[in-house]
Design a protein. Structure first.
Lengths: 358, 344, 275
C-alpha cells in the first residue's frame, strides 16, 4: 500500500497553501519580511519591511529623500536659512539639523543619528572605495542599513528610481525619475542637433575672486558637459576637479560665457578693468546661478541641478530653447520641493539683478 | 680671514648691491615677458618702453590690460610681499636673537588666517576677506604682546615667544573649527585655497592699499636700522649702552606686524621667505642691520617674484606659491646650513 | 662724577640678596669688589647701573638720584663691561665696539665719522686694532673680553663697571686685562670691578670691598682689608698673606693658600697600627 502524499489534480488546501507560501516568499516585503537591497556600489544591505524613518547622510541625499518621501526624512544636514526655508513647506523646512555622515567631512555625532532611530541611512555622491568603506563602517557600527547611491548627474533618474524602491515609494520614485529622463533627454536631443561651432566656450567662476574653477568632467561642472558647452578649463588629470587659475589664464581663454555662483563676484566683475576685455563681459554674458532653496548649478550635486539644466540651456542656446522657464520652474519646484513658488519668489529667482553700470 | 662673502670680493659699499639689483631687474623683465597669455616681445616693448618714448605702434587692448592690469600689479605685489616678509623676518631674527625665527612667531599668520576664514564663512566679498585678514593679523599680535607684557618678572623675549606659540595654536584651532563647520562644497575649498596662498587675484586696487601700508611699516625699521643691532645683545647690555629696549622692541613689533599683516592679507600664507632670505642676506653682507635690511629686501623680492612667476606659468592651473617656496626653499636652506661653518 | 650707593638693599621683590651696602666710585680710582661666587656681586652691579630697581636705600650719580637719569644719559657717564659671552650673530670686532657709541648717536641716526674714530681709538688703546675686522665669535676669550672693554671705552664714560672681567681667561690674559684696568684708571676713568681672587685686588685695586652673602665684611685699602682673618671669614679657608720682595726691590703682597701639607712640606701619613 502506498502511504504518503500523492499529488491530486485540481485545487486542494495543501496545494493552495503551498502556492500561497511560495507567493508570500516572493513578495516578502509587503507582508512583513525583511528584504535585501543592492545599492550603486554593489553593497548589499538588509532593509526592514517598512521604511518610515530615513536619515540622509549628505546634502544631495537629503534633497533626493525630500523629493521622494518628505515625510520620511528625519532631518537636514544643516539648518535651513530663512531664505531657503521660504521655498519649502514649513513643516519640512523646520526639520532638525542632524549633521553630515559622509566622506566629505562628518559633522554628525553617531549617537545623534542613533537617537533619531532611522530605519535606513542613505547617501548619494561618489561611490569610490573610501566612501564604500565608510558606509560599511557606519552600517557595522550602528546596525542600521546604509545605502550608497551614485550621485552623478547622468545617473539621477536611476538613483531616484532605486531609492524610491528601497524606501517603499516606488511610485514616487518612478514619477520623478520619469520626469528627469524625459526632460533631460529632451535637452540632450536638442543639444545634439546644435553644430559644434555654435557651442559656446564657458568659464565657471567660483569663489569671491572668480579665479577658482571646476574642470571639465568634474562633478561640479557636469551640467556644462551635458549641455555640450566647452568648459575652457578643459579636462586635466587633477582628481578633485577644482583648481585655482590666474587672471592671465582667464584672459587667454577668453570665454564667451561666464557662469558664477558667487553674488559678490557677480556684483564686482562688471566694473573690474581686468575682466572688461573678456568676450563674456563685452557681450554681457555673465550669469549668476540662482541658489534657493538649493543651488541650480553646482552644489549640492544632486537632483536640484535638473532645473539648472534648463536655465543654462536657455542662456547658452536662447534660439534653440525658448522654454517658458517660469512654468518649468514652478513645475519642478512643485514636484521636487512640494511647494510651488509664489510669483514674487519666481521673480526673485529668475530676474538676475541689474548690475550697477553695464 | 675676512668676514663676509661680499667683503672678500672687495666691492665698495655700493658695489655690494649692484649685482643683486641687476639680478632683480632682469627678473622683473623676465616676469613681464612670460605668462599664460601670449604676449610677444614686440607687443611688450610697444606697450611699455614704446609708450614712454611715444614711438609705440598700437597694441591690442587686451594686451594692454594684461600688462597693466594683470601682470604689472602681480609683479609689483610679488616684489612688495617678498620684500616685506623678508624684512619682517630679519627684524624678528635680530630681536629674538634667534636665526630660526620667522615673521609668524607672534601669531600674525594665524590671526590673518582666522580673519580670512571667518570672512569666507560669513560669505563676505573679496574686500571683506582682505580687511578681516589684516585686522585678524594685527589683533593676534596685539593680544600676544599684551600677554607678554603683562607677565612680568621673566625673560621678556621668552614670554613673547611662548605667548605667540600659545595664541597661534589657539587661533589655528579656531580656523580648523571654521573649516569643519563650513559648507564643504563652497566655503571649504575657498578657505583651503586662501590658506595655500596665491597672488592670482591681485588687482591695482589691492596695491593701492598694501604698498603704502608696507612702506609705512618699513619707515621705523629703516630709521632704527642701526639700533636694531643692539637688540641682538642681552637685555642688560643693551640697556647699559643706553637703549630703551622695551620701547625699541615695541616699535619693531609694530613695524614688522604691520608689513606682515598687509602682505598676508593679499597673498595668503606664504612661508619660508621670512625665515630663509635673511640668512642669505647675512651670509652676503653680515648681520649689521643697516646693510642687511636692504639686501634682505632685494633678495626677498627676487625670490618671491621668481616663485610667483613659476607658479603662474608652469601649468594651466596655479601652483600654490607656499608649496613652491617650501619645495625650493628647503634644499636651499639645507645647503646654507651645510655651507656656513660659523655663527649666523 | 661720583657713583655712590648708601644703605643699599638690592635683589628682587621678595628676595633680598644684599642689604646695607655702601659703595662709592669716583673718576680715576680703582675699586675691587671681592667675594665668593654667588655672593650677589652681579646683582649689585646691575643695581648700581640702574638695570634693577633698588629695594631699599638709594644710589646717587653725580649727586642726583639714579632713577632721575635717563638710560641714555647714564650710558654717557657709566660704562658696563659684562663677562665675555658667545654671540648669536657674526658681527665684527669693530661693529661690536661701535655699539658702544649708542648713547652718543641719535635715536634714528647712524654712527658718524666721529663715532667711528672713537671706536678705532678705543681699539688702539687696548692694543687690539689688528682684530678690528675679525668676526667676534671667532676670536679668543681674552680678545673678546678686551673687545667689550673697548666698547665701554668707546662710550667715553667716566666710570666703568666690570663684572668679573677675568673669569674664564687664562693666566696670561688675566694679567693683560688687569694691566689695562690700571691704565684706564691712570687715564682718569673710575673702575669698579669684581673678582673672587684676592691677588687681583692686590695687583691693581686701590680700595677693596669685601662682600659675602650680600653684606659688606670690610672696606678699605687692600693691605688693610685683605688679611688672614678676613679671608677666613670670607672664604672659610686658611690663607696666609705674605709680603714678597720683587727683583727691582719693590714690595708686593700676595696670598698663599694654607693647604695642610704646605706647612710641613709633606703629606700626613696615617699612624702605624701595629705595636
Amino acid at each position: 500500500m502506498r502511504y504518503g502524499w500523492r499529488p491530486r489534480p485540481g485545487l486542494s488546501a495543501t496545494r493552495l497553501s503551498a502556492v500561497l507560501a511560495f507567493a508570500l516568499a516572493l513578495t516578502g516585503a509587503s507582508l512583513g519580511e525583511a528584504r535585501e537591497v543592492v545599492d550603486s556600489a554593489g553593497r548589499r544591505a538588509v532593509l526592514p519591511a517598512k521604511v518610515e524613518r530615513v536619515y540622509a547622510a549628505g546634502p544631495p541625499a537629503s534633497i533626493m529623500v525630500f523629493a521622494i518621501a518628505p515625510e520620511k526624512l528625519l532631518g537636514w544636514t544643516r539648518a535651513m536659512t530663512p531664505d531657503e526655508a521660504a521655498f519649502l513647506p514649513q513643516r519640512y523646512a523646520a526639520l532638525p539639523s542632524l549633521g553630515r555622515l559622509t566622506g566629505r567631512g562628518n559633522t554628525a555625532n553617531v549617537e545623534v543619528v542613533l537617537a533619531a532611530k532611522p530605519d535606513l541611512i542613505v547617501d548619494a555622491g561618489a561611490t569610490g572605495d573610501t566612501y564604500v568603506s565608510l558606509a560599511d563602517r557606519v552600517q557595522q557600527q550602528t546596525g542600521i542599513p546604509y545605502l550608497l547611491y551614485d550621485g552623478t548627474f547622468a545617473r539621477t533618474a536611476a538613483t531616484l528610481r532605486a531609492l524610491g524602491a528601497a524606501t517603499g515609494d516606488s511610485g514616487r520614485g518612478e514619477l520623478l525619475a520619469d520626469y528627469v529622463e524625459r526632460s533631460v533627454g529632451g535637452v540632450r536631443a536638442k543639444v545634439a542637433t546644435i553644430a559644434r561651432e555654435r557651442r559656446p566656450r564657458v568659464y565657471y567662476a567660483r569663489g569671491p575672486s572668480g579665479l577658482q574653477t571646476a574642470l571639465s568632467g568634474s562633478i561640479n561642472a557636469e551640467v556644462l558637459d551635458v549641455l555640450g558647452a566647452i568648459n575652457v578649463a578643459g579636462g586635466q588629470s587633477a582628481a578633485s576637479g577644482l583648481a585655482n587659475v590666474s587672471m592671465e589664464q582667464v584672459l587667454a581663454w577668453n570665454p564667451d560665457v561666464i557662469i558664477t555662483t558667487d553674488p559678490g563676484f557677480y556684483a564686482r566683475v562688471w566694473t573690474d578693468a581686468r575682466w572688461s576685455r573678456i568676450a563674456a563681459l563685452k557681450n554681457a554674458r555673465v550669469y549668476l546661478s540662482p541658489q534657493l532653496p538649493f543651488g541650480w548649478f553646482d552644489f549640492p550635486p544632486g537632483p536640484n541641478r535638473v532645473i539648472g539644466l534648463f536655465w543654462l540651456a536657455d542662456i547658452l542656446y536662447p534660439d534653440v530653447f525658448g522654454n517658458d522657464l517660469r512654468a518649468r520652474v514652478a513645475d519642478f519646484y512643485r514636484l521636487f520641493y512640494h511647494r510651488e513658488p509664489t510669483p514674487a519668489q519666481l521673480d526673485a529667482l529668475l530676474d538676475t539683478p541689474e548690475p550697477a553700470n553695464r | 680671514m675676512t668676514a663676509h662673502a661680499f667683503d672678500t670680493l672687495r666691492l665698495g659699499s655700493l658695489g655690494r648691491y649692484t649685482l643683486p639689483l641687476l639680478g632683480l631687474a632682469a627678473l622683473v623683465v623676465l616676469a613681464f615677458a612670460v605668462g599664460r597669455f601670449p604676449v610677444s616681445v614686440g607687443d611688450l616693448y610697444a606697450a611699455t618702453i614704446g609708450k614712454l618714448t611715444g614711438t609705440s605702434r598700437p597694441v591690442p587692448a587686451t594686451v594692454e590690460t594684461v600688462i597693466y592690469q594683470v601682470r604689472g600689479p602681480r609683479v609689483l605685489a610679488a616684489l612688495v610681499v617678498g620684500a616685506a616678509l623678508a624684512a619682517a623676518g630679519a627684524a624678528y631674527q635680530g630681536m629674538f636673537r634667534n636665526p630660526l625665527v620667522s615673521p609668524d612667531i607672534l601669531g600674525v599668520s594665524s590671526g590673518a588666517a582666522l580673519g580670512a576664514a571667518l570672512a569666507i564663512f560669513l560669505s563676505w566679498g573679496l574686500i571683506g576677506i582682505q580687511a578681516l585678514a589684516f585686522a585678524g593679523g594685527l589683533g593676534a599680535v596685539t593680544l600676544v604682546y599684551a600677554i607678554g607684557a603683562s607677565l612680568r618678572g621673566r625673560d621678556p623675549l621668552l614670554t613673547l615667544i611662548l605667548a605667540g606659540v600659545v595664541i597661534g595654536t589657539l587661533l589655528g584651532s579656531c580656523v580648523s573649527l571654521l573649516k569643519y563647520l563650513a559648507d564643504p562644497y563652497n566655503q571649504l575649498p575657498a578657505i583651503t585655497f586662501w590658506l595655500l596662498g596665491s597672488l592670482a587675484s591681485t588687482s591695482p586696487a589691492d596695491l593701492a592699499v598694501v604698498v603704502p601700508t608696507v612702506l609705512l611699516g618699513l619707515v621705523p625699521l629703516v630709521l632704527l636700522r642701526w639700533r636694531m643691532n643692539l637688540l641682538t645683545l642681552p637685555d642688560d647690555e643693551a640697556r647699559a649702552l643706553g637703549v630703551e629696549t622695551t620701547r625699541l622692541r615695541l616699535a619693531v613689533v609694530c613695524a614688522a606686524t604691520l608689513i606682515t599683516a598687509a602682505s598676508v592679507a593679499i597673498s595668503g600664507i606664504i612661508g619660508w621667505i621670512g625665515l630663509l632670505v635673511p640668512h642669505a642676506a647675512r651670509m652676503l653682507v653680515g648681520p649689521g642691520f643697516a646693510r642687511m635690511l636692504p639686501m634682505t629686501m632685494i633678495l626677498g623680492a627676487g625670490f618671491m617674484l621668481g616663485v610667483d612667476t613659476l607658479a603662474r606659468t608652469v601649468a594651466t592651473l596655479e601652483v600654490p606659491p607656499g608649496v613652491l617656496t617650501a619645495v625650493l626653499g628647503t634644499p636651499l636652506f639645507l645647503w646654507l646650513l651645510a655651507k656656513s661653518k660659523r655663527a649666523w | 662724577m661720583e657713583l655712590r650707593a648708601e644703605a643699599l638693599s638690592y635683589g628682587y621683590p621678595g628676595r633680598i640678596i644684599g642689604s646695607d651696602v655702601e659703595v662709592a666710585l669716583t673718576a680715576g680710582e680703582i675699586v675691587c669688589v671681592l667675594g665668593p661666587n654667588g655672593g650677589g656681586k652681579t646683582t649689585l652691579f646691575r643695581t648700581l647701573l640702574g638695570l634693577l630697581p633698588v629695594q631699599a636705600g638709594h644710589i646717587a650719580l653725580g649727586g642726583r638720584p639714579l632713577q632721575d637719569w635717563s638710560r641714555r644719559n647714564v650710558a654717557r657717564v657709566v660704562g658696563y663691561v659684562p663677562q665675555a659671552h658667545a654671540a648669536q650673530f657674526a658681527f665684527t670686532v669693530r661693529e661690536i665696539v661701535l655699539m658702544g657709541r649708542t648713547a652718543h648717536v641719535g635715536a634714528f641716526a647712524a654712527p658718524s665719522h666721529r663715532d667711528r674714530a672713537a671706536a678705532d681709538t678705543a681699539l688702539a688703546t687696548l692694543g687690539i686694532g689688528h682684530l678690528a675686522d675679525r668676526v667676534y665669535t671667532e676670536v679668543s676669550g681674552g680678545e673678546r673680553q678686551l673687545t667689550l672693554i673697548a666698547r665701554a671705552l668707546a662710550q667715553e664714560a667716566e666710570l666703568l663697571l666690570l663684572d668679573e672681567p677675568t673669569a674664564s681667561l687664562d693666566f696670561g690674559n688675566q694679567l693683560r686685562v688687569l694691566d689695562q684696568l690700571r691704565a684706564l684708571a691712570e687715564r682718569g676713568i673710575g673702575v669698579l670691578f669684581s673678582t673672587h681672587d684676592p691677588d687681583h685686588a692686590f695687583l691693581c685695586a686701590e680700595r677693596v670691598v669685601m662682600l659675602r652673602d650680600g653684606r659688606i665684611l670690610a672696606t678699605g685699602r687692600p693691605g688693610e682689608v685683605i688679611t688672614h682673618d678676613n679671608l677666613k671669614r670670607l672664604y672659610g679657608v686658611e690663607v696666609e698673606v705674605v709680603t714678597a720682595t720683587l727683583a727691582d726691590g719693590r714690595a708686593s703682597q700676595l696670598c698663599v693658600p694654607g693647604l695642610a701639607g704646605l706647612r710641613t712640606g709633606s703629606r700626613p701619613r696615617p699612624a702605624p697600627t701595629w705595636h
